[in-house]
Design a protein around this ligand. Structure first.
Ligand code: HEC
Ligand code: HEC
Ligand code: HEC
Ligand code: HEC
Ligand code: HEC
Ligand code: HEC
Ligand code: HEC
Ligand code: HEC
Ligand code: HEC
Ligand code: HEC
Length: 355
């Protein structure tokens, strides 16, 4: 517990000095407002964790005044955090919003004054800025990405709850560019209760990834727009571990092999780029004008990117593979490379992939 506290304090100190906000996130109006609010909001009353343990009084009474949040909360997976052996600051509403002692005291007192007909005194209490400030709960409104994420990570570091997949959010491209958990998730008003998502995929991702929306609009694509597949089938939006190519948030060693198990061998004769650069050496998995999702519309030109030293052929990148032998008439008889080099992903019987 003590370690968590120290870590959280450190995180806040760092967060205050370097607000890491990416260009792209800043482009979103909502996040721009957030970015502006970072400096002030993190210093707002009670927007700091950890707090005095004496302030944690339990969530039993929140429903009296926050009916909607409490009713919805009871339906989400987060209801499970309230059960079993956690220390006070990890339970119920207060796990995210901080200790409620002063909040309850203040609003209960005001309510009682009104009930007793003492409206003027109630107004005076409401007008007392110092007391009102002291009564404020931690609000996620205007909290920096790093600060709000730190609250979620109290519980969601390394393990992700439902799945076996591990969680490395602090090393993800998302975190490093100022994207917070609550850019994608909402605790109280998610569009879908399952996973507490603000938006389903792919729309939630398109909000920030317009280029990818354009790629998936190409004639041939994985069925993401149609709902047959999700971005998260290939990507780990939460960040993986270094050995899993965390830098592009791809799932596993190659996200492709989960479904296309036959393509990576092992083969007696491997086609080198598959092992070296991965499937994206030849494929654009998001979308393509080629039915096989190839980078080039005409296969010949894809091969010649790496295999030609013949003058007169457009070559982007020579010297990667051996040149096509000189007997190849690449504009004539040999133009359809795959009629002879059939097993292009690798072969167990022929070094030039004939069968
Ligand atoms: C007696 C009524 C009452 C109870 C009980 C109550 N609240 Fe509130 N709470 C309010 C009111 C009124 C506001 C709105 C303040 C505003 O809009 O400026 C508020 C605001 C909040 C906010 C927004 C931040 C802020 O302080 O303005 C949070 C978060 C919150 N409450 C959480 C809780 C939680 C968690 C509990 C239970 C531990 C709880 N409240 C119990 C009346 C109550
Ligand atoms: C998992 C963390 C978490 C828990 C637990 C949680 N909240 Fe929240 N709460 C949030 C976040 C994040 C927001 C910002 C809006 C959103 O994401 O839906 C929020 C917003 C609110 C607001 C709106 C006021 C504001 O601007 O902050 C109130 C009121 C509130 N919560 C009350 C509650 C009550 C009552 C409970 C318990 C029944 C509760 N919350 C439990 C994370 C949490
Ligand atoms: C006090 C611990 C705690 C905190 C803090 C916390 N969570 Fe959770 N979270 C849980 C538990 C427990 C579950 C349920 C896991 C399960 O289903 O086994 C959960 C589940 C989830 C789920 C999965 C919902 C589902 O339908 O499977 C999401 C998404 C989530 N949390 C997001 C967040 C976000 C975002 C925050 C910060 C605003 C946060 N959590 C803060 C404990 C926590
Ligand atoms: C870029 C958007 C995005 C961000 C940022 C994000 N998530 Fe998620 N999260 C998702 C999506 C999408 C899913 C649902 C995945 C699916 O449908 O398989 C999900 C699922 C989850 C789940 C349930 C998955 C499971 O298997 O248990 C948890 C828990 C969760 N997120 C917590 C968090 C926490 C905590 C953070 C911040 C540290 C966070 N998420 C940041 C998009 C995001
Ligand atoms: C079939 C698997 C697959 C699916 C589905 C998929 N991606 Fe990708 N994505 C990849 C691979 C592989 C790369 C790496 C491409 C490279 O390095 O050339 C990538 C790269 C990216 C990049 C980095 C920039 C770029 O375009 O190269 C972003 C951002 C991205 N994907 C977002 C998304 C979003 C958003 C969705 C859902 C709308 C999605 N991806 C669906 C496999 C997939
Ligand atoms: C709030 C904005 C936001 C949302 C929502 C969002 N992203 Fe991102 N994403 C970013 C930013 C910013 C980066 C880092 C800079 C970049 O590559 O554009 C990034 C990077 C990525 C990358 C890595 C690209 C690389 O260059 O390595 C992938 C993959 C990705 N996002 C997938 C997703 C998926 C899948 C979703 C939906 C579940 C999603 N993103 C939702 C903002 C967002
Ligand atoms: C979740 C399973 C899944 C993953 C992961 C996946 N694919 Fe696919 N892929 C499919 C399905 C299903 C089809 C065929 C139906 C369609 O058009 O969506 C397909 C079609 C293709 C095709 C076109 C084949 C054809 O002629 O119909 C290529 C090429 C391809 N995938 C490459 C990749 C690459 C490269 C990756 C990794 C970046 C990848 N796939 C990841 C499921 C997957
Ligand atoms: C050297 C270039 C290259 C690399 C690297 C490559 N492919 Fe292909 N792939 C092709 C070509 C060319 C075709 C078209 C074959 C055809 O039309 O018969 C193809 C077709 C496919 C198809 C559809 C036809 C079929 O055979 O099922 C799938 C699926 C596929 N590739 C998946 C993958 C996956 C997964 C990887 C990574 C493990 C990968 N490819 C790496 C060149 C490549
Ligand atoms: C991204 C670069 C790249 C692309 C694209 C590519 N290759 Fe290769 N290819 C290589 C490399 C590297 C080798 C391995 C050379 C070695 O082992 O010396 C290779 C090996 C070969 C070999 C075996 C050569 C031998 O050693 O006998 C053949 C045949 C071949 N490729 C045909 C093709 C065809 C046909 C295409 C188009 C469908 C293609 N390649 C696309 C890079 C590429
Ligand atoms: C009519 C059949 C045929 C077609 C079509 C064909 N090739 Fe070949 N290719 C061969 C033969 C035969 C060899 C020699 C195989 C050997 O050495 O065992 C060869 C060898 C190669 C090699 C290996 C060179 C080396 O040094 O090991 C490459 C690279 C190659 N071809 C690329 C291509 C490309 C690129 C195309 C399309 C533009 C293509 N081939 C079309 C028959 C063909």
């Amino acid at each position: 517990m003590k370690n968590i506290k120290i870590a959280t304090i450190l995180l806040f100190a760092v967060a205050a000095i370097i607000p890491v906000i990416s260009m792209r996130v800043t482009a979103l109006t909502k996040s721009t407002a957030k970015a502006d609010a970072v400096e002030s909001a993190d210093k707002a009353p009670n927007n700091t964790v950890p707090q005095d343990p004496g302030k944690f009084v339990g969530s039993d009474r929140c429903a009296e005044c926050h009916t909607n949040q409490a009713a919805h909360f009871a339906l989400t997976a987060h209801r499970k955090m309230s059960s079993g052996g956690f220390s006070a600051e990890m339970v119920g509403c207060e796990a995210c919003h901080g200790g409620a002692r002063d909040h309850l005291g203040y609003y209960a007192a005001a309510q009682k004054l009104i009930a007793d007909g003492k409206d003027a005194e109630a107004q005076a209490l409401y007008a007392d800025q110092a007391k009102a400030d002291a009564a404020k709960m931690l609000s996620f409104d205007g909290l920096s990405a790093a600060a709000s994420t730190a609250i979620c990570l109290k519980c969601h570091e390394s393990s992700q709850g439902r799945s076996e997949e591990r969680f490395n959010f602090r090393r993800s491209e998302h975190f490093r560019h100022g994207v917070a958990c609550i850019d994608c998730h909402s605790s109280h008003s998610p569009k879908r209760t399952e996973f507490l998502l603000k938006e389903s995929q792919p729309e939630g991702c398109y909000k920030c990834h317009q280029d990818q929306k354009a790629s998936f609009a190409r004639p041939f694509h994985h069925k993401v727009p149609e709902g047959g597949m999700k971005c998260s089938d290939c990507h780990n939006q939460h960040g993986g571990f270094p050995e899993q190519a965390a830098e592009n948030l791809c799932r596993g060693e190659s996200p492709c092999l989960k479904c296309h198990t036959d393509k990576a061998g092992p083969f007696a004769y491997e086609h080198a780029p598959i092992k070296v650069e991965g499937c994206q050496a030849c494929h654009t998995p998001h979308g393509s004008n080629n039915p096989r999702l190839l980078k080039r519309n005409e296969i010949r030109f894809l091969c010649l990117e790496c295999h030609s030293n013949t003058p007169g052929i457009p070559v982007e990148d020579t010297g990667v593979g051996p040149g096509a032998p000189s007997f190849h008439d690449i504009n004539g008889r040999h133009r359809s490379c795959l009629t002879c080099h059939v097993t292009i992903h690798g072969s167990n019987s022929h070094p030039a992939f004939f069968r």
